[in-house]
Design a protein around this ligand. Sequence first.
Ligand SMILES: Cc1cc2nc3c(=O)[nH]c(=O)nc-3n(C[C@H](O)[C@H](O)[C@H](O)COP(=O)(O)OP(=O)(O)OC[C@H]3O[C@@H](n4cnc5c(N)ncnc54)[C@H](O)[C@@H]3O)c2cc1C
Length: 320
Amino acid sequence: MAEVLVYVDHVDGAVRKPTLELLTLARRLGDPVAVHLGPNAEEAAKTLGEYGAVRVLAADAPEFADYLVVPKVDALQAAYEAVSPAAVLVPSSAEGKEIAARLAVRIGSGIITDAVDLESGDEGPVTTQSVFAAAFTTKSRVTKGTPVITVKPNSATPEAAAAAGTVEELSVSFGEAATGTKVTSRTPRESTGRPELTEAAIVVSGGRGVNGAENFHLIEGLADSLGAAVGASRAAVDAGWYPHSHQVGQTGKTVSPQLYIATGISGAIQHRAGMQTSKTIVAINKDAEAPIFELVDYGIVGDLFEVVPQLTEEIKARKG
Ligand SMILES: Cc1cc2nc3c(=O)[nH]c(=O)nc-3n(C[C@H](O)[C@H](O)[C@H](O)COP(=O)(O)OP(=O)(O)OC[C@H]3O[C@@H](n4cnc5c(N)ncnc54)[C@H](O)[C@@H]3O)c2cc1C
């Protein structure tokens, strides 16, 4: 069976959910071979094998952490040359897309970015993209070289399918460009204790209706009562009420949680583009005509300053 390279996104060996989604999708095309760069490959391999990786090609070197993406591209190219895969799948993060694009240029292949689904086809993988603020769904296929495809987080539900996950050392020689841009310092992001936005099962978002940074504690309180991540509309982010990293939508993050609660958000098409595939959608808005109510499963017409505190208290009380 053909092999499919899957680039592993991990934190010190803890494999992140988008990689498990890629492994699940890769199995539609062939046998997944994971490429793990950095420390703790053995630990990562347990998870990678559980989700279908037949092999884990592992390389660790200070260059991966000390320089920007080029050393990782060198390593992924080495894996590509060692395996001759049917496709290369990379998570659609900013870094993932840069790595994928550089690899595609080097190996003379076509690339598809931000796929939301993929299936095998007679002439190679057929990918689905959601474009123009999700107004259109397109299907496309790489026609030159080995398809390099980046896939958006939450495009598939990770499904376990045990495979060997055998760790093999990947030998990498770094090119001259690898050490061109050195990382000179790192500042860890302050931890909120909340789940990562794109991976959370529940997201509570606030919009212009929240009416100020000082009121976002209401959204955070509701999120914490549910163990949720906090999102925001672009209006709230542009007003400086919440960090850009929490923006949901066309020019923000795409989320697809089990439950999405939109508070004080009108439901502009650009916001919907980032959340409309959520399984259950709840909106709290004082305007009964707000477009967000067109796509909700449950709508509460009311003032969020009255509804949100009551909802938070009720949830806390029920959780005991
Ligand atoms: C190219 C482009 C890209 C964009 N990308 C994004 C994106 O990624 N994400 C995004 O979100 N937007 C994006 N936008 C902006 C988008 O068009 C909207 O302007 C934005 O989503 C509106 O944010 P909002 O719903 O918070 O604000 P508004 O549209 O102003 O809606 C506020 C809502 O809050 C309700 N409200 C007010 N007070 C209360 C209260 N006390 N209680 C309950 N409800 C209340 C109002 O009834 C209203 O419905 C983009 C726009 C463009 C042109």
